[in-house]
Design a protein around this ligand. Sequence first.
Ligand code: UDP
Ligand code: MG
Length: 335
Amino acid sequence: MGVDLKPSSRAQERLDVQPGEAEITSPRRPRLSIVVPVYEEKESLEALYNQLARAIEGEEGELIFVDDGSRDGSFQVLRQLHAMDPRVKVIRFRRNFGKTAALSAGFQLARGEKVVTIDADLQDDPAEILRLCAKLDEGYDLVSGWRSKRIDPLSKRLPSSFFNWTVRSLTGVPLHDFNCGLKAYRSDVVSALALYGELHRFIPVLANWKGFDVTEMPVNHRSRKYGRSKYGVRRLSAGFLDFVQVLFLTTYMRNPLRLFGSLGMVVFAIGLIVFAYLAAIWFGGASIGRRPLLILAVLLMVAGLQLVSTGLLGEMLRNVTYNPREEFAIEQTLE
Ligand code: UDP
Ligand code: MG
């Protein structure tokens, strides 16, 4: 066949040295890793541990708690759990770094073939964990919980459904609840995700973009018994910018010149047309020196050129920071 296999085999050569691969050969790999981000959830932790332990009874699993800089004594409770149960692992951050960072740290430690994340506040029901895993076995890479009967105040549910609707419409990923803390992943998804900032809300979008099969499943949701929510309405305005970031990352980051260049050329062209019009009437003898339109024409042309050069700078950055691992996601290689 006239198929040129060269690029992919070369890529594979480079990919072989990636750190994620080494874990697969590790001798005692648990089947299931549960990752719990914890920020000031002292009162919930014991009950959560008991429910988790019951939920995964008989499974070969590990429980990874990531204490995201709690100051309420959560770590002391976690330390006791760790002393009691060898399946419990605890990461303690030096300060509060946010849920994305907590999940990311947990993912780095997780060795399970499947990884499940769950909130620490008892709002998510650990009894759903194995159901989500069963859904993974149907052939999905990521199963996201959908709090179909969400127990939160309307002030939270309303902006959240607007957020979900926007993300769903603009990304084409057909989920109802992107931000549910309860999600199950196949381990390759977890190692393929590069999480930073506040990107945890967009994990299904990022995974889908990498080519993983993403689905959702309705899950039980409960009210918050202890402590208070860490995410208020204020986070939502920031969430909008995060979304712009995700749209950019999943669409134009690969070719910034296409976005900025085409925008810049349109803006420049409009400026040029206005300028040509002014030039024509100037040749006709009219005075144009004091016309606001002249300022507009110059502004549009300069702005257009700047947009094009922003695109070129973007391309330069992309060239310099080029990382073969980010360019594509391989499902399998037959050699
Ligand atoms: N969380 C965290 N770091 C933070 C904020 C929250 O690890 O900076 C954890 C928190 O302990 C909980 C989960 O993320 O386990 C979800 O937070 P929360 O329940 O406050 O959010 P909500 O359910 O109200 O959206
Ligand atoms: Mg909660």
